[in-house]
Design a protein around this ligand. Structure first.
Ligand code: KIV
Length: 263
């Protein structure tokens, strides 16, 4: 697919053009995102809570990500497609990790993978990059650690957390990550991280001083259930539009048909 966005395109955008990224979980979502000019589509493990009705991302499996990434890729989006590596996959052996990421590229045909973690997974990231698997890093709030964290919260609010996050980002950059997502990082810390690395920092709930932004698509479109995070602007209420359309359909069906059955 000539002209498609590559990891090198994303890398080169730092300092020149802000990166626009969004999650997508199926072919229709990918088609809409691509036609809207989105640079990067993440098949996030947020599919668990955003679409599959799970309480968190912890129950999302590799097979699910392969299934959803394959659907996204079938839409042939112009955007770069990144597949999320699900819970605990990065903590098995290097062989296992390599095989999981291989499947995301070979079977699901993702362009790159995303891994949650910093210094602790930098060696694994370096090995993946050496094997030709482009990696998007993810620091700050790591939703896969919710069972350990207890609650979703903001990171980088004190100097110790700030130093840790900068060290995480530097380690991922050194390992060869082509860009890094910063989730729920205090805005001043996100700025400091962005300035400390030469690859793009893509923020979510981390203020405007990033090289780009990523959001969960269901938050933006009013399609989720439960509370929308305060940082996510809602651009459309497709949930309401869907309920109204289905209600109108139900009304049409119920007011038609054989005599004596309507109403
Ligand atoms: O799974 C996901 O959607 C993510 C984004 C929140 C960055 O990791």
């Amino acid at each position: 697919m000539p002209g498609r966005i590559t990891v090198q395109t994303i890398r080169r955008m730092k300092g020149k053009q802000l990166i626009v990224a969004i999650t997508a979980y199926d072919a229709n979502g990918a088609r809409h995102a691509s036609e809207a000019g989105i640079d990067l589509i993440l098949v996030g493990d947020s599919v668990g809570n955003a679409v599959l009705g799970m309480p968190s991302t912890v129950s999302v499996t590799l097979e699910m990500i392969i299934h959803h990434t394959s659907a996204v890729v079938r839409a042939q989006p112009h955007s770069l497609v990144v597949a999320d590596l699900p819970f605990a996959e990065a903590r098995y052996s290097m062989d296992h990790l390599l095989d999981s990421c291989r499947r995301l590229l070979q079977e699901a045909r993702a362009d790159a993978v995303k891994l949650e973690g910093g210094i602790g997974i930098a060696d694994s990231v370096a090995n993946l990059v050496l094997a030709g698997i482009p990696v998007l890093g993810h620091i700050g709030l790591l939703p896969q650690r919710i069972n350990d964290l207890g609650t979703y919260r903001r990171f980088g609010r004190n100097s110790s957390e700030r130093d840790h996050l900068i060290a995480d980002a530097r380690a991922l950059e050194k390992a060869g990550a082509f860009a890094i997502v910063a989730e729920m990082v205090e805005a001043g810390t996100a700025k400091a991280i962005r300035e400390a690395i030469s690859v793009p920092l893509i923020g979510i709930g981390s203020g405007d001083d990033c090289d780009g932004q990523i959001r969960v698509v269901t938050d933006l479109l009013g399609l989720g259930h439960g509370k929308v995070p305060s940082f996510a602007k809602v651009y459309a209420d497709l949930g309401k539009a869907t309920r109204e359309a289905l209600g109108a359909y139900a009304g049409d069906v119920r007011s038609s048909g054989p005599a004596g059955t309507s109403g």
